[in-house]
Design a protein around this ligand. Structure first.
Ligand code: UD1
Ligand code: MG
Length: 457
């Protein structure tokens, strides 16, 4: 089988410098959804028809299994498929898809291709309001006779509610001859791909129709409004899949998955969470409201409290993270690690049972097991030019408001007194403290303003 994806249209109504088919839906370009679905059908040839200015499309998507047919100028859907012809295998069926109809499902396409066996098949739907679409004209026996475009249709034909979705499968061996015979003698002065339907009928080939499993599969994107509508459809569909797999969603209308989200049993996700890239939540993970997770793995039984932000990071089992925690790229937490509010961790590893519960910055650090990082602890990892490592060994206790000026090591079992600015290694099992000794000055008087007068500057 060959698959041709039409993506040369301009998309004027998007009002954007980005080519229409590159606008993202569920975190992936519109046309990439179509390409991925096409790939799942293992076609022999997969050809994209792109237009003038579509070089960005080509450079964004280019891959060894894709061929690229430039259509310039754009003279209609028939003309578009004609540009793809030299890239197709003559044998078998050619399936035509639209780059701006992103949610078409592989199962629907398989049924369409089956229906095209020995002839041609059109994917159609019945719409309450068919305005603007090509109509499927049938004879008295109900056989398809041809497709007529809205602008060419008679008043009577415009009453037909069965429309052409644009997705079609046809015998490749006949395609060259049919496309060569197309004329642009119609209301839009275009070469209509739809005109080959009448030619197939005249040639005595069977012309059949198939229907998508869901109407949303064939919805196209022409504007930002339609893009937003399809985004909701895609999100709803992913939410349903998650729930069918056993995930409990506080509200399926308030989750956004922009990539892939894999969940173990008994996962709970509260409202307004965003998942980007590849996210894996192991068994019994609980995600609080308003969390953002990108390329993250969360271990079994971990709880992420509200407003937790995690990117390119790993949380071990039974972790307690947030609220308001930020795990930046390169963070790896072992099991039972607690990270509380306003704690930022970057490129650091924290071993089991350690805690950083309040207000801290941990960057470029290796922290052992059972370490307590006090409130206000900062690793000073950057001198303006280079980054340095901080090593905190097992069973260390770091008092509040401590600065660790890297590179520096805190030995196993050490305690750092509150307020310490550590510039040299701290020996194991010892209290290290660097703050000035506390003194009280007897008889000291606080300055007072002269009585009566208002104070000036
Ligand atoms: C087309 C169909 C119509 C169908 C409708 C479904 C034809 C003649 N008409 O109409 O029966 O109901 O789609 O949405 O086929 N494209 C190119 N090159 C071109 C023209 C279009 O690549 O020269 C691409 C567009 O990018 C788009 C698709 O083909 O992805 C359809 O083009 P569009 O202009 O939307 O066709 P319609 O007039 O809506
Ligand atoms: Mg259209």
């Amino acid at each position: 089988m060959n698959i041709v994806i039409l993506a040369a249209g301009q998309g004027k109504r998007m009002h954007s410098n980005l080519p229409k088919v590159l606008h993202p839906l569920a975190g992936k370009a519109l046309v990439s959804h179509v390409v991925d679905t096409a790939r799942s059908l293992s076609p022999r040839k997969l050809c994209l028809v792109y237009g003038h200015g579509g070089d960005v499309v080509r450079s964004t998507l280019d891959a060894p299994d894709l061929s690229w047919a430039l259509q310039e100028p754009q003279l209609g859907t028939g003309h578009a498929v004609q540009q793809a012809l030299p890239f197709l295998d003559e044998a078998g069926t050619t399936l035509v898809l639209y780059g701006d109809v992103p949610l078409i499902q592989a199962d629907t396409l398989k049924r369409l291709v089956q229906a095209a066996e020995g002839g041609l098949a059109i994917l159609t739907v019945e719409l309450a309001d068919p305005h603007g679409y090509g109509r499927i004209v049938r004879n008295a026996d109900g056989q398809v006779v041809r497709i007529v475009e809205q602008k060419d249709a008679s008043v009577e034909e415009r009453r037909i509610r069965e429309i052409n979705t644009g997705i079609m499968a046809m015998p490749t061996s006949r395609l060259g001859e049919w496309l060569a015979r197309l004329s642009s003698n119609n209301a839009q002065n275009e070469y209509y791909l739809t005109d080959i339907v009448g030619m197939a009928v005249d040639a005595g080939l069977p012309v059949r129709t198939a229907n998508p499993a869901h109407e949303w599969e064939v919805l196209g994107v022409n504007s930002k409004v339609q893009l937003a509508e399809l985004e909701r459809v895609a999100q709803r569909s992913m939410a349903e899949t998650l729930m069918e797999q056993g995930v409990r969603l506080a509200d399926p209308a308030r989750i956004d998955v922009r990539g892939s989200l894999q969940c173990g049993r008994d996962v709970f996700i509260d409202v307004n969470c965003v998942f980007e890239g590849n996210v894996v939540l192991a068994e019994a993970v609980e995600v609080g409201p308003n969390c953002v997770l990108k390329n993250a793995r969360i271990g079994a039984g971990s709880r992420l409290a509200a407003f937790t932000h995690i990117e390119d990071a790993v949380v071990g089992a039974d972790g307690m993270i947030g609220p308001f925690a930020r795990l930046r790229p390169g963070t790896e937490l072992a099991e039972d690690v607690h990270v509380g509010n306003f704690v930022e961790i970057k490129k650091s590893r924290i071993a089991a049972h350690s805690k950083a519960n309040h207000l801290a910055y941990i960057g470029d650090a290796t922290i052992g097991s059972r370490v307590n990082v006090g409130a206000g602890t900062i690793t000073c990892n950057y001198d303006g030019a280079n980054k340095y490592q901080t090593i905190i060994e097992d069973d260390v206790f770091i008092g509040s408001d401590t600065q660790l000026v890297a590179p520096v090591t805190v030995g196993r079992g050490a305690t750092l007194g509150a307020g310490t600015t550590l510039t040299k290694d701290a020996p194991p099992n010892t209290l290290t403290i660097s703050r000035a000794r506390q003194t009280s000055i007897p008889g000291w008087k606080r300055p007072v303003k002269p009585s009566g007068g208002k104070s000036g500057a």
